[in-house]
Ligand binder design. Sequence first.
Ligand SMILES: [Zn+2]
Length: 139
Amino acid sequence: MNLTENFTLNELVYSATAEKNKIDNRPSVQVIANLKSLCENVLQPLRNALGCPIVITSGFRCAVLNKKVGGQSNSQHLMGQAADLVVPQKNLKDVFNYIKSHLNYDQLLYEYSKTDKWIHVSFRNDGHNRKQAIDNYKV
Ligand SMILES: [Zn+2]
């Protein structure tokens, strides 16, 4: 099932950790609606502007999965309002800055760990988007 032209429901709920640990990460109807809003308002416009693939590393997480990957208990991943992504063909900081200045979002984080870096972006379809951007969020 496609949520928008370039994004499928599958890629926004897939998790290798869930698969490995036999966690049932199937989304509710509400979560699917939230994921669709995230795609329509952020991910697809970003994809159109970049003109190259965006790799979703984490989208929706059920409570069990969220706990397993060490997510915060109030994470927007739990509601299907957030996605973590990388863009192999682009400088990730440029992608971060593009979202920051051109798109509507709730929270935008340039996250990094010892071994990795990715963008976390969230969107709320109730109109209460805070536009909070943090460009060096260590996890
Ligand atoms: Zn995230």
